[in-house]
Design a protein around this ligand. Structure first.
Ligand code: UGA
Length: 432
């Protein structure tokens, strides 16, 4: 099928390549000339496993073209995916500027029937709003249908999730559009949930809200474990054995970050407010997370009382392993607190580029993992990068001034810590 994807961000680029790999003819449009220039040359513009391979394959097999020409993108395909950014506004609502711009472009260039598909995470009612907008721009209903098709992929596992998604959700209000979408997804062989557009839009928020709640729930259990001498990992394991609960997203730690859970939980509260529904659970999920991400600071101050002038190492800056994304990363909140408490911060991340250096010029960046521990009074681990779990703890200890580890992701085997005689605090491992 002929598919255009507008927006080459995370969701857009993965979807464009994913549909290319599934044998469609794809045009990926972005107004950012630099991005398109690089993509045309096969240069990945974001960090994602397998991206370079899929990009190369789609270009070689002529399954994808990259363009800044939105007119061509709209005219040459019969399915137009909108995957532009929907960042949060300061008040927690969603900034729809880019979606509106695309709708205006569609109304300008539309020449025959198109299915316009929304992949961005957007407020409930957006499908109807988009229809109204197109009508108001003079486009009558026989020229288009608007479908909601939210995306559930995770950064770092984007292609795996795109191709093997647990479900494809399609919110439609026309049989013609349903048929087109069903045909597009036929060779995915995944479960498809057909529903009305409002429900599809809400499924996305409900899904992220629920997963975030699962994390905050287990984090509160972990905090209790720390007080009673419990073991949160055993609790997660036992909970996960109950099929009604599922073992996934029950890893206790220093909370969730990234561009999705923090934004979507806030947006869900706002959506609830708009319709007179008080989202107490989601509000608590957010509150728990706000406190959880600075728990290492609480533990650190509890131990040292005063950390001014002490060198503190922060390991892992991204919001999770397998990405270079530091948006809403708990590590950033921890660094801010350390700076507030006048500590000297030394950082290391296997994947974060120099760009963060401009944001925090006062902190030291180490290119070598072991250099991060030199003269340090505490090493705070914020992300469970694989190389951290393989650290030589004796070497680490030898470099530190005072051997203290705060393990924000329960990375280390306690037997190894014990052997190396390192003071150790973790999350929900109160039995230690
Ligand atoms: C999340 C959802 O998992 C995707 O399904 C969704 O498509 C995406 O948001 C989105 O809305 O675009 P993502 O933000 O890439 O994906 O990352 P996750 O793997 O879900 O992790 C989010 C945060 O939760 C990370 O900071 C991670 O460290 C934390 N987390 C996750 C935990 O603290 N414990 C867990 O057990 C799992």
């Amino acid at each position: 099928m002929k598919v255009t994807v507008i927006g080459s961000g995370y969701v857009g680029l993965i979807a464009a390549l994913g549909f290319g790999i599934k044998n469609n003819k794809v045009i990926c449009v972005d107004k950012n000339k630099e991005k398109i220039k690089n993509l045309k040359k096969g240069i990945p513009i974001i960090y994602e496993k397998e991206l370079d391979n899929y990009l190369k394959k789609c270009i070689e097999d002529k399954k994808i073209t990259f363009s800044t020409d939105i007119k061509k993108g709209i005219r040459e395909s019969n399915i137009i995916f909108i995957a532009v950014g929907t960042p949060p506004l300061n008040n927690g609502e969603v900034d729809m500027t880019q979606v509106k711009e695309v709708i205006r472009d569609i109304s300008k260039y539309i020449n025959e029937y198109k299915v316009v598909v929304n992949k961005s995470t957007v407020p409930i009612g957006t499908q109807k709003y988009m229809k109204r907008m197109l009508n108001n721009e003079g486009i009558s209903n026989e020229y288009f249908d608007v479908v909601s098709n939210p995306e559930f992929l995770r950064e770092g596992k984007a292609f795996e999730d795109f191709f093997n998604t647990d479900r494809i959700v399609i919110g439609y209000d026309s049989e013609k559009a349903k048929g087109v979408m069903g045909k597009l997804y036929k060779n995915f062989n995944r479960k498809i949930v057909y529903t009305n557009p409002e429900t599809a839009e809400l499924i996305k928020y409900a899904s992220n809200g629920f997963l975030a709640t699962k994390i905050s729930f287990i984090n509160e259990i972990a905090n209790l474990c720390d007080e009673i001498g419990g073991n949160v990992e055993d609790i997660s394991y036992a909970l996960g054995l109950d099929k009604r609960i599922s073992p996934l997203f029950l890893n206790a730690g220093i909370g969730f970050g990234g561009s999705c859970f923090p934004k979507d939980t806030k947006a869900l509260v706002k959506i609830g407010e708009k319709y007179g529904v008080d989202f107490n659970i989601i509000k608590s999920t957010i509150n728990v997370n706000n406190k959880q991400r600075i728990i290492p600071i609480k533990k650190l101050l509890n131990y040292y009382k005063d950390i001014s002038g002490k060198i503190i190492s922060v390991l892992g800056l991204t919001f999770k392993p397998g990405t270079d994304d530091i948006r809403e990363s708990p590590a950033i909140y921890i660094i801010n607190e350390l700076i507030k408490n006048k500590a000297k911060v030394k950082c290391y991340d296997p994947n974060v580029s120099k760009t963060i250096k401009d944001k925090y010029p006062q902190i030291e960046y180490c290119n070598n993992l072991y250099d991060t521990f030199t003269n340090s009074s505490c090493a705070i681990f914020c992300t469970e990068w694989e190389e951290f779990s393989k650290l030589d703890l004796f070497k680490l200890k030898a470099k530190m001034k005072e051997p203290l580890i705060i393990d924000g992701r329960n990375i280390f085997n306690y037997e190894h810590i014990k052997k190396a005689k390192i003071k150790y605090f973790a999350i929900g491992r109160g039995y230690i």
